[in-house]
Ligand binder design. Structure first.
Ligand code: 5GP
Ligand code: ZN
Length: 116
């Protein structure tokens, strides 16, 4: 675990964060600077930088986590969600412990993903 990785500190419990969802290899928690209401991050418990070193063997558990978090948000009244993952600094990645953004959406909410 890289000493200075904030998300590893969440996983180890060094820094407390409220987890919305947990599975064997993943955690989900609210983004500290939400771009939309309900903005949630899903992270692997092990440190991987991004998609390029993320193991294929965790892909199906990752999608289970994505759907479980999405279900929580949809039950709260959201009508859809965007799934975003930034890879490398050039693409806007700031935290170098891979994470998947769930951005809950409602019709007409006016939110636009930059560049899309
Ligand atoms: P990136 O730009 O790397 O894809 O996104 C990093 C995300 O992590 C940002 O949306 C940012 O708000 C979130 N983030 C950064 N530091 C913290 C933190 O200490 N706690 C939480 N909950 N989210 C954080
Ligand atoms: Zn980490």
């Amino acid at each position: 675990m890289p000493e200075d990785c904030i998300f590893c500190k969440f996983v180890s419990g060094k820094i407390k964060v409220d987890f919305i969802y947990e599975s064997d290899n993943f955690f989900a928690f609210a983004d500290a600077n939400p771009k939309v209401k309900g903005h949630t991050l899903i992270i692997p418990k092990k440190h991987f930088v991004n998609s390029m070193d993320f193991p294929d063997s965790l892909a199906s558990e990752l999608f289970e986590a994505i759907k479980a978090v999405a279900k929580i948000r949809l039950k709260e009244g959201f009508e859809g969600f965007n799934l975003v993952q930034n890879n490398f600094e050039a693409a806007g990645q700031k935290v170098m412990h891979t994470h998947f953004h769930i951005l809950p959406r409602k019709k007409g909410d006016g939110f636009r993903l930059n560049g899309l």
